[in-house]
Each structure stands twice: as C-alpha cells, then as structure tokens.
Ligand binder design. Sequence first.
Ligand SMILES: [Zn+2]
Length: 342
Amino acid sequence: MKALSKLYPREGLWMTQAPVPEIGPEDVLIKINKTGICGTDIHIWNWDDWAAETVPVPMITGHEFAGEIVELGRNVTDLTIGQRCSGEGHLIGKTSRQSRAGKFHLDPGTRGIGVNEQGAFAQYLRLPAFNVVPLPDDIPDEIGAILDPLGNAVHTALSFDLIGEDVLITGAGPIGIMAAAVARHAGARHVVITDVNADRLALATKVADVVPVNVTEADLAETVSDLGMKQGFDVGLEMSGNQQALDQMVEAMTMGGRIAMLGIPPGKSPVDWSRIVFKAITIKGVYGREIFETWYKMIAMLQNGLDVSRVITHTFPVDAFEAGFAVMRSGKSGKVVLDWTI
Ligand SMILES: [Zn+2]
C-alpha cells in the first residue's frame, strides 16, 4: 500500500510502499479515504526537537482520518464491513486507575497513531475496534477527517459552562477557530479571538460569528469596551502556546474567570502567579479528547447546526502531499485535507 512515512531522521516526509497491516482479533482494518494534516505532522515534517525525541523512524505519520472498515478481527462483533468511520488516534491501556475509572483520555500509557504507532497517512490503517467512531451518513469524509482537531476544540471549549458567557480565544489556528464556532454554538454571548496573523483572523470570521483582534495593531481593551462588556472575559481558551498571549488573557479575565489551555508553550515560561491568585482564576490543562464523550458531543453538535466546513481551505490528492504540507507550513491555511481516493 501507499504510505506517507518519516523514513529518515531529517526534514520531510516520503511516499513509500508498505505492507498492508495485519490485524489482531480485537482490531479492524480501515481503508483510508481522507486525512487531515495536523500541526503535529508539521512538527514531524520539520523534525524539530520534540519530533526527534518522540518519533521512532521509520514511521507512517498521520492521525486525522475518515475511511471505511474493510476487515474485522475475529472478536469484533459490533461493527460491520463497509461502515464509514473516523476514530480516536490515542491508543489507551485498560489497566491504569484512570482507565478503570472510565477516564480513558487520562490513561498515562497513551500511545498515538502516527507518532508512536504506525499512522493513518496510508491506504490502510489498523485500529483497535474500541477506537472506531462510526460516521453517520450526514457527516461527509472531509469532516470525518478533521474530527480529531475538532475534538480538541470541543474538549477545550466545553471545559466550562459557556452559556451567556464572554469568551476570549487566543490563537486563530484551525483549532482556535473551531473552538470559536463551538463557543458560539454553545451559547456564549461575545466570542473574541486574537492572533498576530491577519489571514487566520480573516478565516476565523468566515467560519464563526466572532470578533477578531490583531494584537499587533489593536488594543484588546478597546474591543472589550466597544462590546459594552462591564468586566473582563469569563472564560479563556488558550490555543496559541504563546507566552504573551497567555499574559494578555490573564490580564483580560474577570475575577473568578476560568481558563482552559490547549496551546503548548515551547518551553518553561514565566507566569505572574500573583495575578492569577488575586483574580481567583481557575486554569485547566487540556489534552486530546474525552474518550468518547467529546466524540459524541461533537457529532451531535454537527448534526444540530455546528458548521466548521469552511475551516478546510485546501484539499489535495495525496500524490500532491508536498503542496499540501507547503501551504500548511506557510501559516496561510486553515485545515488541509489529503484525498486518498483519487
Ligand atoms: Zn491532530
């Protein structure tokens, strides 16, 4: 089968031939139709310090996918051949305290497809049946291929009650933009999104009913007063991993505000804890998606009017993957989808 692999420990990815994976009794084999390029895949392409430390070579990359089941392990009874599906790319153990409590997303032994295990940028993917998420007929493959990052957005956004709240999102990458759409869908009053990239802010306003603020040229405090907000933001969603953005967020929060952090700072970063204490702010770190409550909620919201389709700005046939990665690395795209069927 065709597979997009990290073959050598240096910049780039290579299209190669790999054997179709053999499945175990609890697995399914999925024929891949569409995949999404993630920021994680860009780290792996660039072969930065994180990638070099984390990813063994050779490795088939990719973890955002939609496809259909073509083979069932002998113990799999609740899925069918031909079922369209996406799936959770975090492979979890079942023996940790967290897993046994049903908090699968907190299992300390989690392994990621396309990072620690052979991934989804291939014509076929082996996945435990447990990880499969069937796709309803009204959710197309291109949306199925971005449910993983939409799940990050949903998990982060739904960390706190949003109804009637004023929400600040720092970072207008695809996940920040989708989180804005989710916050709006979930009943927030004002949703403000900040970035330093004008293209991304413009895309945010196409996808969601959101107020964009380019912090290189505008003052966030002015936006707050233009909106008639009496105090600061009630809920903050930090999606940028940028120290200044987090500082700005803490500054802009109201007393007792709540912050969910998905962005990953590049290293240790200084924090003025006194402001967090005096404002009585709650901070929650967010990783991955809740397995499988986030999947349930996002599919339900998509079926009930949540529309994130415009966050997909480019689709390429997989043989043009280099163009797809180039546009993704330019910072001028939303989600980029690779089509494995043409
Ligand atoms: Zn991803």
